[in-house]
Design a protein around this ligand. Structure first.
Ligand SMILES: [Zn+2]
Length: 314
């Protein structure tokens, strides 16, 4: 090592091709200075290279995140549109259900489920029951509040849909029962003919007529006035002659007397309008007609009060 920086050293370059050797000299100070510059210069170049590499990588990550973010924003926008559309559909469904219930005379369900439903339904129309922050925490701290809101809405829609499904099932069951009730109600006419005698006291005969007489030509069809089961087909008492009796359920029975022949047998299920017998002259009768009676829980009622009537209005 040199004693002083001013001491000089000589560098000699000896080319192998026989050219003149070349030498130069410099002080130790200059050499140390040059080496220091060279070292820091190299350090700067290498540092700059890695810095640029890192910046470039970060820039690329940023571009990816930016494009992902843009895609997510678009997805959230689409989700929001779908969620709004679902809420509108649900609102329409609820309105139709309410109208259906009103038309069929079915009251709104009054259980706790419906209370929860109505609470939720107010939220669907604008009031958010769970704060978006709270919702965000449920799904992860970093959740976008817009997304949390949509998830909240969708959760409400899901709850409401299941509630609507239960409600429609109930309406459907009641409607089926009402349809069956109506189908079996004896509201039809027993024959295509003319009414020759009404229900009630008959001064001309001095008796009480427990049904109506519908006259038409001998052998014409007699129809079941409602769905039911044939519980009798034979000779009934002395004056009725050949008679069919149908049980319609709900306490109703109908009697078709003075028949000439039967088209059904006991135990057979019949529909309203189905031919069950034919007009005749059996029993006490002065001309071909069907004597038609309606019984309700064993009591004779005026057939005219139920012919063409709607059981729901009685
Ligand atoms: Zn009669």
């Amino acid at each position: 090592m040199p004693k002083r920086l001013n001491d000089e050293i000589t560098f000699m370059i000896l080319p192998h091709s026989g050219h003149t050797p070349f030498s130069f000299k410099m002080s130790w100070g200059v050499l140390v200075f040059c080496l220091t510059i060279l070292f820091f210069g190299a350090l700067f170049v290498v540092g700059t290279f890695f810095f640029a590499l890192s910046v470039n990588s970060k820039l690329s990550d940023y571009q990816i995140v930016k494009s992902q973010n843009a895609r997510q924003v678009e997805e959230i926008r689409q989700l929001k549109i779908e969620s709004e559309s679902l809420k509108k559909d649900l609102k329409r469904l609820s309105d139709e259900e309410r109208e259906l219930r009103s038309n069929l005379g079915i009251p709104e369900p009054s259980d706790s489920t419906s209370k929860a439903k109505s609470d939720k339904s107010s939220s669907i129309e604008g009031i958010n029951p769970i704060g978006s922050e709270e919702m965000g925490n449920l799904f992860g701290v970093s959740m976008d509040p817009r997304l949390a809101n949509i998830k909240n809405d969708l959760s409400i829609v899901r709850t409401q849909l299941s509630s609507r499904e239960r409600s429609f099932l109930q309406i459907s069951q009641i409607a089926k029962r009402k349809i069956n009730e109506y189908a079996s109600f004896p509201t039809g006419f027993p024959a295509d003919g003319v009414i020759t005698s009404y229900f009630g006291y008959r001064p001309a005969f001095g008796d009480f007529h427990p049904g109506i007489d519908v006259a038409t030509s001998y052998g014409s069809p007699i129809y079941a006035t409602g769905d039911g089961v044939v519980v009798f087909a034979g000779w009934y008492l002395s004056g009725y002659g050949m008679t069919v009796i149908i049980d319609h359920g709900n306490g109703y029975e109908t009697i078709y007397a003075h028949d000439s022949a039967f088209a059904v047998r006991v135990g057979q299920r019949v529909k309203r309008g189905e031919v069950i017998a034919y007009i005749g002259l059996t029993g006490f009768t002065t001309g071909p007609h069907v004597h038609y009676e309606v019984h309700h829980y064993g009591r004779t009622i005026n057939p005219m009060s139920v012919i063409g009537a709607n059981p729901a209005e009685l």
